[in-house]
Design a binder for this molecule. Structure first.
Ligand code: ADP
Ligand code: MN
Ligand code: MN
Ligand code: MN
Length: 365
């Protein structure tokens, strides 16, 4: 719905509203805005000097499952900025991570360890392209918007994937608004598509370098939930939101390093896949809650029990695309991560295992 304010009402110049965004104790997104004096000359200058211009802030961790009521303050550190597609102008969205007042990362701050691994892998220039699948849900009955309100079932899966028309595509305005908003914000959204189940969509973020992948994906998720909120819907990232013969939601993670992208890099890819095959359980533990309901071996997934890989196979844990095989270099796709995974954990695990970079303190997801 449109704003109630008069069109003349705009933000005073020199003043910026910064919406600070962070993660709660259950991988949910939270945010609150504050007013800042604009001391930077351009958005690009701010982007390169986030901690210089943006102050740390705090929130009540007892309301987010992250601190006891008696000592409830959690401190947030600004880490990455995006242009705010909701307020426009000089206003910004700020991706933050979470610390104790003593400066220790709190247990749900997985960005901290991820950043350390990415720093060590800097010379390998790791790239990630994450495919985020999601359902748009009606808050009333917690059903996807493609499901009839009378409780009957929609037509079986076939015409929904990349589909067009009122009977096949549900919620395109949300997907399209999100696409535009991400481009405006400075998120490297590379595309979208209607998915296999009714009311299910996907967007892709990448290729992003290192820690940028997690920051951008979280902010893209934030923007998506905000847009859906204005339309009166919820975004559901759970791996299997509808039981029955309906696809679940994944977050396929495409990955490459500089050596993999160079001529002959396919050998590096095969080496990485071999290393991944030996750490299947460790990776699954970090790839999202409830993923066993999705990784059944049906609906274009591989079984959660064992590791498999294949050329162009959508029934494998890891897929190497035809183009990569033909060109002898490129990237591979880890199809295991669930839609609700924390990208800081998934990107950290991929770099750690494939590039043999130890994790200082293994997080508990
Ligand atoms: P799929 O064919 O599995 O549906 P998508 O086209 O949805 O794949 O997504 C592929 C993602 O991989 C995109 O975000 C793209 O930017 C990213 N990508 C492309 N090349 C590379 C690469 N060399 N390394 C990592 N990610 C890449
Ligand atoms: Mn895709
Ligand atoms: Mn998909
Ligand atoms: Mn994919």
């Amino acid at each position: 719905m449109a704003s109630t304010l008069h069109p003349d009402v705009t933000f005073p110049s020199g003043t910026v509203v910064a919406e600070y965004v962070w993660l709660d104790g259950r991988l949910g997104l939270r945010s609150k805005p504050r007013t800042l004096e604009k001391k930077w000359k351009s958005f690009d200058e701010l982007k390169k000097n986030v901690s210089k211009y943006l102050p740390r802030w705090n929130y009540d961790g007892s309301s987010t499952d992250q601190a006891p009521g008696t000592d409830s303050e959690v401190i947030i550190y600004p880490q990455a900025v995006y242009k705010d597609p909701f307020r426009g102008g000089d206003n910004i969205l700020v991706m933050c991570d979470m610390y104790t007042p003593g400066g220790e990362p709190i247990p749900t701050n997985h960005r901290y360890q991820c950043q350390k691994v990415m720093e060590k892998a800097k010379d390998l220039v790791p790239w990630f392209g994450i495919e985020q699948e999601y359902f748009i849900m009606r808050p009333k009955d917690h059903k996807p918007i493609g499901f009839p309100e009378d409780g009957s079932l929609p037509a079986p899966q076939f015409a929904y994937y990349c589909g067009v028309g009122a009977s096949n595509a549900f919620g395109r305005r949300i997907s399209d608004d999100h696409y535009k908003a991400c481009l405006y914000a400075g998120i490297q959204i590379s595309g979208t598509n209607g998915e296999v189940a009714p009311g299910q969509w996907e967007f892709q973020v990448g290729p992003c370098v290192g820690i940028d992948s997690g920051d951008q994906l979280w902010m893209a998720r934030y923007i998506l939930s905000r847009i859906a909120e204005y339309y009166g819907y919820d975004i559901d990232l759970s791996p299997k939101p509808v039981v029955g013969d309906w696809n679940g939601s994944g977050a396929h993670t495409n990955f490459s390093t500089l050596p993999m992208r160079k001529s002959g890099g396919i050998e590096e890819i095969y080496k990485a896949i071999e290393r991944l095959s030996l750490k299947h359980k460790e990776h699954i533990a970090m790839y999202g809650q409830g993923n066993e309901k999705r990784l059944t071996g049906k609906h274009e997934t591989a079984s959660i029990e064992s590791f498999s890989w294949g050329k162009a196979s959508r029934a494998a844990s890891v897929r190497v695309g035809n183009a990569t095989v033909e060109e002898g270099c490129g990237y591979f796709e880890d199809r295991r991560p669930a839609a609700n995974m924390d990208p800081y954990l998934v990107t950290m695990m991929l770099v750690s295992t494939c590039c043999e970079i130890p994790i200082e303190k293994m997080p508990t997801p």
